[in-house]
Design a protein around this ligand. Structure first.
Ligand code: YSA
Length: 348
């Protein structure tokens, strides 16, 4: 019998037997018989080495074609067997698989979480590391270590929710952190320069609610300490952030500001998205919205954590996260983020 006849015989037998194979076990037996190592087809393929070059070309191609065909048939048959099995099982259980499926509503991330992740990504791409800190904080880290001792007027700008009702010695009174700045001190205590971190998190203030203020909101702190860091590095970093987040066309303004833990201190504001600088309810008619406080880390703070201010300098900034989507999308009331109105939240 010629090899071509052999191949034809294998094809016929394989087709007939595959038609008869009705379950997974039979299909596996068929696969071993016709495509396995000891199959007749494999024998033919192995015998090709004994043929002349011309025969090798024709017979080899025919044998390989048959192999591909057998594999395809097997795949089709496997799918058909699986489908039959599912249909039989559905019929047995009285399930109509032709009915349309039930809608499966997908949840989504809260807009503040989305913005957080986007801002984190911008700063990590600039080489900052993301770290987190406690929301229940010591008076020491929230105020004292940041040059805000008891009775300092700066405490009045951050109305505090205290955990301990009585004042204790050594800054050991607990409170809900009023900003993310305590993490500056915690990180510098643990790590020597170079330091480059951002700290996202919730902060709390005992404040009346209005279109731009709520008692629980989110901040993102940034800190960079190294040799030779200047105010120009701070401005460059924040300008780059603003361009990437708000786009190159939005105007940015830096002005002097005072924070006890920086010297000098600045605030950064962005042109109002609602009125484009003309003045409206959101921006209090100024055309600008302040988004962050920043400055060069005060030498006394560096000294307190054992970093020599003659050798190292650093910049820091702290921004309100909710203000970012407000400015980008022109949302004129911060309370919408926490009002649980799905018509609002679903837009993001
Ligand atoms: C300043 C200098 C630094 O070197 C580092 C950080 C800072 C920021 C400082 N820790 C701070 O908290 N300043 S702040 O009181 O002006 O708040 C920072 C930002 O939080 C504000 O610009 C504003 O965007 C937002 N914010 C403040 N109170 C808010 C609020 N967002 C919503 N609701 C409130 N009640």
């Amino acid at each position: 019998m010629s090899i071509s006849q052999k191949l034809e015989e294998i094809r016929k037998a394989a087709t007939t037997e595959l038609e008869a194979a009705g379950d997974a076990k039979k299909l596996e037996e068929w696969r071993i018989r016709y495509l396995g190592k000891k199959s007749r087809l494999n024998e033919v393929l192995r015998s090709l080495s004994r043929l002349s070059l011309d025969e090798k070309k024709t017979v080899g191609a025919a044998a390989n074609r048959l192999k591909v065909e057998l594999e395809e048939w097997l795949g089709q048959k496997e799918r058909a067997v699986r489908r039959d099995r599912m249909e039989a099982s559905a019929a047995e259980k009285g399930i109509d698989i032709s009915l349309p499926g039930r809608p499966f509503p997908a949840g989504r991330l809260h807009p503040v979480t989305q913005v957080y992740r986007e801002i984190d990504a911008i700063f990590t791409s600039m080489g900052f590391e993301v770290v987190e800190g406690p929301e229940v904080e010591w008076d020491y880290y929230n105020f004292e270590a940041l040059n805000i001792p008891a009775e300092h007027p700066a405490r009045d700008t951050m109305a505090t929710l205290w955990i301990d009702s009585e004042e204790k010695d050594n800054g050991k009174t607990r409170l809900l952190r009023t900003h993310t700045s305590p993490m500056q001190v915690r990180v510098m205590e643990q790590k020597s320069p170079p330091v480059r971190i951002v700290v996202p998190g919730k902060v709390y203030r005992y404040e009346a609610t209005d279109a731009t203020h709520i008692p629980m909101f989110h901040q993102l702190e940034g800190l960079a300490v190294d040799k030779g860091i200047t105010l120009a590095d701070l401005k460059g970093t924040l300008y780059e952030f603003a361009c990437r987040f708000f786009g190159k066309d939005r105007r940015v303004r830096f002005r002097c500001d005072y924070f006890p833990f920086v010297e000098p201190g600045v605030e950064m504001a962005i042109e109002c998205a609602v009125c484009k600088g003309d003045g409206c309810r959101l921006c209090g008619n100024s055309g600008w919205i302040e988004i962050l406080g920043a400055g060069m880390v005060h030498p006394r703070i560096l000294e307190r954590v054992g970093i020599d201010p003659e050798v190292y300098t650093g910049f820091a900034f702290g921004m309100g996260i909710e203000r970012m989507p407000m400015l980008r999308y022109g949302i004129d009331d911060i309370r919408l983020f926490y009002g649980s109105d799905l018509r609002f939240l679903r837009q993001f």
